[in-house]
Design a protein around this ligand. Structure first.
Ligand code: NAI
Ligand code: HPV
Length: 628
């Protein structure tokens, strides 16, 4: 029952029919267990790099990318689903290295459709579980809306994610992953190429010679040695540029509000303020991301703070420069030369003043375009996307909190417990959509920094919201959706003396300011449920002020009775008449022959008539049926 429900949840989470086909004995059980495990992490929107590697490793690299058109995708999908489980569909919207395509083809139907218009992308996206892009595709809110909830992961085969609407992705629970490391050296090398080519007028001299001229006096350059280079953005690319520039004999300063002084010291670079960097630089190289803060950070005012005759390289993003301001600075001689790989609009409009400026050299966004970087990026993103589709943890997720794989594994049963407690608690509320204040208490012997509760909070949120709305919730969007609905979840840690090997002794969920359908679930005027994990299985351990002990599998009937002999027999007979199988029974009472709360786990959902028969037993004072 549990595994079937979770397998269904897995399907809904990824938007593919993750059906477990009927199989005999151990094989079927193993498949169900796998589906169950996948469901936990997939619902949480988590990815594991190790898991992906295990799944996709072993394949020969270098298989050519094969364009798969829509008809072929449809055919392959139907054939696949007839065989076992339908493979997810990955749309690769920009050229990706062959090794990446090969990895993806092991786990998905891969549709390589390049140069799609926005309209075509929107039309296609509702058939896709994942989308892979580079910098040339704008993944807008419109694209996420057009996906109608099916798109579960966007992979950016590169670093900059300014072309993906992260807010829209988060709102719909779509994970965004990037490939942050494989093109670092390529981008740094391109920065250095542009720096040296600009200083020695390589591209102008080459063009003039090809035009039949021999202008040795015209193309005299400037030297780099002993000059000061300001690296703006001392991250991965910036650091590599700094190292290389030092090798060329340059003095390097860097500006990066978030860089550590130790890292700068290790590279032999002085970290300075923005203004000081501009004031000292003979050359400036840009390596910061495009964000609302860096948007047009190089403008008339900042050029005004530069040394006259400064030379600028931009391999970051066109948008960090106010381009008309750069044209003015070039015309005024404030900026002597610029070397640009990136532009605010790509490709720039014909006749663009900057592109055509005589003191500017340009390349068409080639920073990451080496054979090596493209193969590396393709593998990096394919692994991340394949992992996402399997619901595993990603080290490169950009819109979900990072939760290490080992934490996921350790917390897996508590994740299930957390969701089920939320699910039960909200069903107890009369008109569950009105829940606003929820308190979660984690009882644990672990130190505060040794227990990551983000995943548990997300799953309680999922349990609280999904039964009473059409929202789909995972780790990516849980906090966002809760905030949107005005649901405030406060968390409290209660230290215990137990063993620290056990992550949690119990989790309790308390909903204040609501009315309960089952008065006995209230404690101090609030609905209160508590659960535990025993032998890897989640249990309900408390309902209101009554202790119970019922496994959280199947569904649950709770009723309050006057404690007296013969009750279990009567209830068992009524459920048995309708062939409802009882998995667990537990009586929670404070003292003999007084009020007791009975918790009964059932494998099947009883009919309303059967539930009514239970309610009609004279000793039963109230009852409620809760679905897990
Ligand atoms: N032209 C191309 O083909 C390529 C371009 N890129 C661009 O280069 C950028 C940097 O890439 P990585 O070094 O891999 O990223 P990164 O994240 O390692 O480094 C970016 C650095 O910029 C810093 N930063 C953020 N705001 C800043 C500000 N206001 N002023 C100064 N520094 C600031 C960050 O603290 C970080 O250290 C990417 O965001 C991307 O836009 C990256 C690869 C290829
Ligand atoms: O990785 C980045 O940020 C880049 O700018 C590279 O872009 P590309 O993948 O070559 O379109």
């Amino acid at each position: 029952m549990e595994t079937a429900a979770m397998a269904a949840a897995a399907g809904s989470a990824v938007g593919v029919a993750a059906k477990v086909m009927p199989k005999a004995g151990a094989a079927a059980r193993r498949d169900c267990q796998l589906a169950s495990r996948v469901a936990i992490v997939r619902d949480a929107g988590l990815l594991s790099k190790a898991g992906v590697r295990a799944r996709v490793s072993g394949g020969a690299r270098g298989v050519r990318a094969q364009a798969v058109n829509s008809a072929a995708v449809a055919t392959e999908l139907s054939t696949e689903s007839a065989k076992t489980v339908a493979k997810p569909t990955v749309l690769v919207a920009e050229k990706l290295g062959a090794a990446g395509i090969e990895l993806l083809e092991k786990v998905a139907v891969v549709d390589c459709s390049y140069n799609l218009s926005n309209e075509d992308l929107c039309a296609k996206i509702s058939q896709c579980d994942a989308l892979i892009v580079r910098s040339g595709t704008k993944v807008t809110r419109e694209v996420f809306e057009a996906s109608k909830g099916r798109l579960k992961v966007v992979g950016r085969a590169g670093v900059g994610i300014d072309n993906v609407d992260l807010q829209a992705a988060t709102e719909v629970g779509c994970l965004v992953v990037n490939a942050p490391t494989a093109n670092t050296v390529a981008a740094a090398e391109h920065g250095i190429s542009l720096l040296t080519a600009m200083a020695r007028n390589v591209s102008q001299a080459s063009a003039s010679m090809k035009a039949g001229k021999w202008q040795r006096n015209k193309w005299v350059g400037v030297s780099l040695v002993e000059k000061t280079l300001a690296v703006m953005g001392f991250g991965k690319v910036g650091s590599e540029v700094a190292r290389r520039a030092k090798g060329l004999g340059m003095h390097v300063v860097a500006h990066d509000p978030y860089a550590s002084a130790e890292r700068a010291k290790a590279v032999g670079v002085e970290l300075v303020s923005f203004d000081e960097a501009l004031a000292r630089a003979d050359f400036i190289s840009l390596h910061m991301p495009l964000t609302p803060t860096t948007d047009k950070i190089f403008n008339d005012e900042s050029f005004g703070k530069c040394k006259k005759g400064v030379r600028i390289v931009n391999v970051a993003r066109g948008g960090v420069i106010d381009e008309p301001a750069l044209v003015r600075a070039l015309d005024a001689g404030i900026v002597a030369q610029a070397a640009l790989d990136v532009f605010t609009v790509e490709p720039p409009k014909e006749g663009d003043a900057l592109v055509n400026h005589e003191n500017v050299i340009v390349t068409p966004h080639l920073g990451a375009s080496t054979m090596e970087a493209q193969e590396g990026v393709a593998v990096e993103i394919a692994e991340a996307v394949a992992g996402a589709l399997a619901g595993e943890l990603s080290a490169t997720a950009v819109n979900a909190p990072m939760v290490p794989a080992e934490v996921i594994t350790e917390l897996a049963p508590y994740v299930t417990l957390a969701e089920r407690l939320g699910r039960l608690a909200v069903q107890l509320v009369s008109g569950g959509a009105g829940v606003k204040q929820v308190k979660v208490v984690y009882r644990s012997a672990r130190a505060d920094d040794d227990l990551d509760t983000r995943l548990l909070r997300a799953m309680i949120t999922k349990g609280l919201i999904e039964p009473v709305s059409s929202a789909f919730i995972n780790l990516v969007n849980a906090d966002y959706v809760a905030k949107q609905r005005g649901l405030k979840i406060s968390e409290e840690r209660q230290p215990t003396d137990g063993a620290i090997e056990v992550p949690l002794e119990s989790i309790s969920v308390t909903i204040a300011d609501v009315e309960s359908k089952f008065a006995s679930s209230e404690q101090d005027g609030a609905i209160h449920l508590e659960g535990k994990v025993k032998d890897g299985v989640p249990y309900l351990s408390r309902v209101g002020s009554f202790s119970v002990d019922v496994s959280l599998e199947g569904s649950i009937i709770l009723y309050r009775q006057v404690d007296q002999p013969g009750m279990i027999g009567k209830v068992g007979t009524i459920l048995g008449e309708e062939n409802v199988n009882i998995s667990f029974m537990s009586v929670g009472r404070k003292s003999p022959r007084e009020h007791a709360v009975m918790a009964i786990g059932v494998d099947e959902e009883p009919s309303k008539a059967t539930l009514q028969k239970l309610g009609d037993i004279p000793a039963v004072e109230e009852f409620v049926f809760l679905k897990l």
